[in-house]
Design a protein around this ligand. Structure first.
Ligand code: AMP
Length: 220
């Protein structure tokens, strides 16, 4: 299975990808994590991309594509965080074609903006376990020693900017993938396991079935 997860910031792409990876054995590739790891390691590339990341802006395409390329192997994977716009989608297609690797399904996680903002502004991550919590709705348990930190780009201004970028640049990709019959939408309301099960069901869905709302010509 090679799966692409699309969805706005805060829709749970990372959480779901981790869960699905544990359930299926596929590798979770998160471009945001690759970016933060590179910055944390203090490499030359990390220094070049830090300012973009801290502002909530996208890192230039050639840098992000170079970073992700070694992970896009012939095995199973779940890609989360790329593509962010049509240029990246085309570049990703090119890269996969060159490597002889196919994409099986594109899942879009759907969630309204007000719920996303609420989630992102309360989100904290444990430095010890890397697990993500919400200060009000999913507070850290006693056995996670923390410390708990917020992401540099989870401020009100950066969240607004990231959502704007998503709606303007990433959301239109649904048409791009729907045209190839790869796209399925999954609602993210409900517990993590329920959403994960809905994603797996959508992955198994008949690839020949047209995406709802995407018209194909029938006989006559
Ligand atoms: P995320 O964890 O997916 O929200 O990504 C965090 C940050 O990493 C983004 O705000 C960008 O600065 C950078 N980033 C992650 N994926 C990409 C991408 N596909 N293209 C450009 N920048 C990216």
């Amino acid at each position: 299975m090679r799966l692409l997860l699309l969805g706005p910031p805060g829709s749970g792409k990372g959480t779901q990808a981790q869960r699905l990876a544990a359930m299926t054995g596929a590798r979770h590739i998160a471009t945001g994590d690759l970016v933060r790891a590179e910055i944390g390691a203090g490499t030359e590339l990390g220094r070049r991309i830090k300012d973009y990341n801290d502002r909530g802006d996208l890192v230039p395409d050639e840098l992000i594509l170079g970073l992700v390329r070694p992970y896009l192997t012939k095995g199973s994977w779940i890609l989360d965080g790329l593509p962010r716009d049509e240029a990246q989608a085309r570049a990703l297609d090119e890269m996969l074609k060159e490597m002889g690797v196919g994409l099986d399904r594109v899942i879009v996680l759907v969630m309204p903006d007000d719920a996303l903002i609420m989630r992102l502004l309360g989100r904290v991550q444990s430095v010890a376990t890397a697990k993500t919590y919400h200060v009000t709705y999913d507070p850290p348990p006693q056995d996670d020693p923390g410390p708990f930190v917020r992401r540099a780009d989870d401020t009100p201004e950066d969240v607004r900017r990231r959502l704007e970028i998503y709606h303007a640049e990433t959301e239109p990709l649904q048409r791009y993938y729907a045209g190839r019959g790869l796209l399925r939408q999954v609602n993210t309301r409900g517990p993590i396991d329920t959403v994960a099960a809905a994603i797996l069901q959508a992955v198994d869905d008949d690839p020949a079935r047209p995406t709802p709302g995407h018209r194909v010509k029938g006989p006559g």
